[in-house]
Ligand binder design. Structure first.
Ligand SMILES: [Zn+2]
Ligand SMILES: [Zn+2]
Length: 228
């Protein structure tokens, strides 16, 4: 079946995420827009994924466990998993510098429950990247059963092409992600890869409309993950 998706959405846990972007508000907006499958891909953090998955079940929206990792080279990579435990195990292998967030300057980093209540706050500043390089991050994503997708590769900021100048063939990515405004010529250039287009929304209203599709066996976490 045809699955409309948006696998790159930030919640209010990301310091740059809108305060309205609670995990359940995101799922509700995805449902209103008619999306079948989404992922909460916060910067270097997974603390709102479980709540989003719970809300996804209530709304009939598939929520893939995911995170947007910033590597030592400042490249952004989406790590997508077929279940939450695998995401959690992978994420626990990464090392981040202990830089404290300054909410007044960078923004709040809140965890939420399914009633949109704040349940806690991340004190580590989440826009400081992991100590692991792109090779290590990709290897570990695969070791723990996930899929590695370099994020917004057409963008200057934190895109792999701007930083490395190419897609190193030995990284064997599962797909490449483009921003919604990517030029068709750059998309054509990488036609041998599976190409995803995601919103990278930092507020619920910026989540994709149902315009990007995957072909999956059914609308479940396992099947959508397998279709990537
Ligand atoms: Zn990014
Ligand atoms: Zn992002």
């Amino acid at each position: 079946m045809r699955i409309s998706y948006d696998f790159h959405i930030h919640s209010a846990l990301s310091p740059c995420g809108d305060e309205e972007a609670t995990p359940c508000n995101i799922v509700a907006m995805a449902s209103v827009k008619g999306l079948d499958a989404i992922a909460i891909s916060d910067h270097n953090a997974i603390g709102n994924v479980k709540t989003a998955m719970e809300c996804g079940e209530a709304f009939g929206v598939t929520v893939l466990p995911a995170v947007e990792v910033q590597t030592a080279e400042d490249i952004h990579v989406l790590a997508l998993f077929p279940d939450y435990e695998k995401l959690e195990k992978f994420f626990s292998t990464l090392n981040f510098p202990e830089i404290e967030n300054k909410p007044d300057i960078f923004g709040n980093q809140y965890f939420y429950d399914s009633d949109n209540e704040i349940t806690g706050e991340e004190t580590r500043y989440l826009l400081s990247g992991a100590e692991e390089d792109i090779y290590t991050v990709c290897r570990r994503i695969k070791e723990y059963g996930g899929k590695a997708v370099p994020a917004h590769i057409d963008r200057e900021a934190n895109g792999i092409l701007a930083i490395l100048g190419e897609i190193p063939p030995d990284l064997s990515f599962d797909a490449l992600e483009f921003s919604p405004y990517a030029d068709e010529t750059i998309k054509d250039k990488y036609h041998i890869f599976r190409r995803l287009t995601d919103s990278d929304a930092h507020r619920p209203t910026d989540i994709s409309d149902p315009v990007n599709f995957l072909e999956a066996e059914e609308n479940s976490v396992e099947a959508v993950f397998a279709a990537i």
